[in-house]
Design a binder for this molecule. Structure first.
Ligand SMILES: [Zn+2]
Ligand SMILES: [Zn+2]
Length: 339
């Protein structure tokens, strides 16, 4: 079956030549496991057992989430003409209010479609593997939806089906992302999947006139592929690992948000804002603003307090103080409003 390309979303990161030439990305290689990864591995084991999902979903309705969003607004920075992003200055996203979202009948866990699936394409280094594991744990806590693995796909399996090229500037080999979505992912989409996200360490391109792309999704087909290639080398140091992890988590929740029908955020400083380049993506927060939080609540029905607690635990366990503090603030605001 061939997929319509109408809903193809090349999200945020447009690989203009100038931008890409400033990148200092190098191909990931197998290296000895650095000592800091032992601690990460221990944290993964802890987090995996600490962040179990509750058996039941929240009973809050649309109005409850709207009220909850209003209570949290004080902790978030609004977007306005003066602080508009490069993405919005170029693309002028259509604002999607909470009401617009509900009226559009968003994608959500429904019937037998109850799981987010994640998988790997090609080989990963030790650090990249840890980032993949943490992304799975984080996505589950962020959306309150169970995340399952789908079998890894070796690059050799793409030989026949996926076009490749040498990047005209860097000469690095790149995979054609459209073929990965259409020929590799869509036929594998499980019956009980809400969506399927594939991570790769290979560089991607979405068309002959593009230099590269960080990721691409087909919203209609509920599949998306994302590359770690340009997020730095996480095996290099603890700092490089942390940066690559934060970028990957941001991409994962942003793109998963799109698969739950959440459009680019124009209201608040929010992980669902579009980003035109890596600097702009880095400037986005790791969290969603109040409007997008309410959208997640309506679609996925997480318990809001439990969700904030889990996300606080995640960041705190990994030693990210700023991110942990953000969730501590949200949690305390929410708890006060419920007293
Ligand atoms: Zn996007
Ligand atoms: Zn938002």
């Amino acid at each position: 079956m061939s997929l319509s390309t109408k809903c193809l979303l090349i999200c945020g990161f447009i690989g203009s030549c100038m931008f890409s030439c400033r990148q200092n990305a190098s191909a990931p290689q197998q290296k000895p496991v650095p000592p800091f990864l032992a601690e990460v591995q221990e944290n993964i084991t802890h987090l995996d057992s600490m962040l179990a999902l509750p058996q039941t979903t929240s009973k809050l309705n649309y109005r409850d989430w709207e009220a909850l969003a209003n209570q949290l607004k004080v902790a978030h920075k609004e977007m306005n003409e003066a602080n508009m992003t490069d993405w919005e200055n170029r693309f002028h996203s259509q604002p999607q209010s909470l009401e617009d979202y509900v009226n559009a009948g968003p994608v959500r866990p429904y019937g037998k479609r109850q799981y987010i699936y994640v998988g790997k394409l090609g080989s990963f280094t030790a650090a990249q593997n840890n980032i993949f594991e943490l992304t799975k744990i984080y996505l589950q806590a962020f959306y309150g939806v169970r995340v399952k693995y789908l079998d890894s796909i070796p690059l050799a399996q793409l030989q026949k089906d996926v076009r490749r090229r040498r990047n005209p500037h860097s000469k690095q080999e790149q995979l054609y992302s459209v073929h990965i979505l259409e020929r590799i992912m869509f036929p594998r989409l499980p019956d009980d999947a809400i969506n399927y996200l594939l991570f790769t360490a290979s560089d991607l391109y979405p068309g002959s006139n593009w230099n590269f792309v960080f990721g691409q999704a087909n919203i209609q087909a509920r599949v998306g592929v994302w590359s770690l290639y340009r997020y730095g080398d996480p095996d290099l140091s603890k700092e490089a690992f942390d940066l690559c992890l934060k970028r990957t988590l941001k991409t994962a929740v942003h793109e998963t948000g799109h698969t739950f029908s959440i459009k680019h955020c124009t209201f608040y400083h929010c992980v669902m804002q579009g980003a035109y380049h890596l600097k702009e993506a880095d400037e986005r927060p790791q969290y969603v603003g109040p409007i997008c939080l309410a959208k997640i609540g309506i679609a996925c029905k997480p318990n809001p307090i439990h969700r904030f607690q889990q996300l606080h635990t995640f960041w705190s366990q990994l030693g990210f103080e700023e991110e942990a503090d953000n969730y501590r603030e949200f949690l305390s605001l929410l708890q006060r409003s419920l007293e």
